[in-house]
Design a protein around this ligand. Structure first.
Ligand code: ZN
Length: 178
């Protein structure tokens, strides 16, 4: 393995540890769940207006928490080799919260580019534990995204082109792929 590959791997590992440490720090207070917003930006986050995207996602999550009457204890932003991440410690049940976050991912204009995770002391609440399927692929809309990723079903430049359109225009109704 080339030494620059090793350096890159080390950076990713260090970034993962840094993010995990921040999550755990927030989970320290009792009754707290962590809402983590990350961006799903194929090809690398620097190719996109990521600050704008993250700020918009944060605003939508804030509005959702306010609607639910959920208290926000603290929040922080972390940008490292894993990409940008916004962490919020909130006083709420993780499962209920996750359902609202999923609804937001699926209805917000740019929600397809967001990953809103809910983390509790027992780990992340996943869709399957709520009886839901994984997220659909936003290129073909036929398969779950992880299936298309595994099969490398779509060319990288096609995926990036669609993501860029969503980043600028939001989810298109009819002609995203054109
Ligand atoms: Zn697909």
């Amino acid at each position: 393995m080339k030494s620059e590959d090793n350096v890159a791997r080390w950076h990713i590992l260090a970034a993962k540890e840094e993010r995990y440490a921040q999550q755990q720090l927030k989970l320290g207070a009792s009754g707290v769940s962590v809402v983590q917003i990350t961006l799903n930006l194929p090809g690398g986050f620097t190719m996109y207006p990521w600050e704008k995207l993250l700020t918009a996602a944060r605003a939508e999550v804030h509005a959702m928490l306010a609607d639910l009457g959920v208290e926000l204890v603290s929040e922080s932003r972390l940008v490292n080799a894993l990409g940008p991440c916004h962490l919020m410690a909130v006083l709420a049940d993780g499962h209920t919260l996750k359902q609202h976050c999923i609804a937001l991912e699926e209805t917000a204009t740019q929600g397809r580019l967001w990953d809103i995770d809910v983390i509790t002391r027992r780990g992340a609440v996943n869709r399957h534990s709520l009886g839901l399927k994984g997220r659909m692929c936003w290129v073909c809309e036929q398969e779950e995204a992880h299936v298309c990723r595994l099969l490398r079903a779509h060319a990288a430049d096609e995926v990036i082109a669609i993501a860029k359109k969503i980043a600028v225009w939001g989810t298109c109704i009819n002609d995203c792929a054109s």
